[in-house]
Design a protein around this ligand. Structure first.
Ligand SMILES: [Zn+2]
Length: 292
């Protein structure tokens, strides 16, 4: 289903409260990612939830950088990750053995014993990672626990996905700016109780405005302009060269002798980077600038 909110992330606030929210719908960006890899349907759905979560959480990046939502498990899915940059570029991947999934579909069935890591990488600043066990019924609940544990901020998250759309809704109680804690607790209880009544179908079918109106029409709410989300891989020839340089001359030269042509595939977007023997020697022994 197409609507104007596809591939956007929108912030909203409840007037005269300390509650902020984010709402996102991914469609083309989600389908672009699905087209790159062939995942079974239940893996696609979970991947959609991870992507919607990364989109929602990218709003917490105040400077250039990246947020990653990743789970590692012992089940058929060994790793699932979605990454979103502050300038709204999404990428992600799922790894595992999907040959005998049958009708396994829940978070626990797909990931087994697993952990969920949220990593914030602001450019030029220190990386921050929080890890929680992935032992709730769904990803939304695990993320709520993460916010409770790591930031002590009451947070509600709802994620939904089908084969065409991944959608997410997020609200968070910020530390009260005014002194009245009781009032702010009441605000939160009222808003979060309404939040719980949104169904997955509504998330997948209604526009952002209609979802928010359906839930909060009695609240004073301000919806901000949409930011457009897109699939875009951050790989480049330059980054691949840096990776080769960090492997070291001896190793790369040997690889080059053995294989003739070194071919490096980006695991996210399948882009192929080729390095001939000449490229490799150029990389490690760049021509010296001429002296005048
Ligand atoms: Zn790539």
């Amino acid at each position: 289903m197409k609507n104007k909110d596809n591939d956007t992330l929108q912030r909203f606030i409840f007037e005269s409260t300390d509650i902020r929210g984010e709402i996102t719908t991914l469609s083309a960006s989600y389908l672009d990612l699905l087209a790159l890899q062939k995942y079974p349907p239940q893996v696609e759905l979970l991947f959609g939830e991870f992507l919607a979560a990364a989109s929602l959480l990218s709003s917490s990046l105040k400077h250039r950088g990246m947020i990653t939502v990743q789970a590692n498990g012992s089940g058929p899915i060994t790793a699932i990750m979605a990454e979103c940059s502050q300038d709204n570029k999404l990428r992600g991947i799922v790894r595992g053995d999907f040959d005998n999934l049958g009708d396994l579909s829940t978070l626990q069935e797909l990931l087994g014993k697993a952990t969920l890591a949220i990593t914030l990488e602001p450019e030029g600043r220190e990386r921050y990672q929080g890890v929680v066990p992935l032992d709730e019924d769904n990803l939304s609940k695990c993320l709520e626990f993460y916010f409770y544990q790591s930031e002590q901020l009451p947070t509600k998250i709802k994620l939904a996905s089908n084969s065409e759309i991944a959608s997410g809704l997020f609200i968070q109680q910020l530390p009260p700016s005014s002194g009245d804690r009781e009032e702010s607790l009441e605000d939160w209880q009222r808003v979060s109780t309404l939040f719980e009544t949104l169904s997955s179908d509504e998330q997948l079918q209604l526009s952002h405005n209609d979802q928010l109106y359906r839930l909060f029409h009695e609240q004073e709410l301000r919806l901000f302009d949409a930011k457009s989300m897109q699939f875009s891989c951050s790989c480049s020839r330059q980054r691949t060269e840096n990776a080769l340089l960090s492997l070291g001359r001896t190793e790369v030269m040997e690889l080059s002798r053995e294989q003739g042509l070194i071919m490096i595939h980006c695991q996210f977007c399948s882009q192929e980077y080729r390095f001939s023997a000449a490229d490799v020697s150029q990389l490690f022994d760049p021509p010296k600038p001429l002296l005048h």
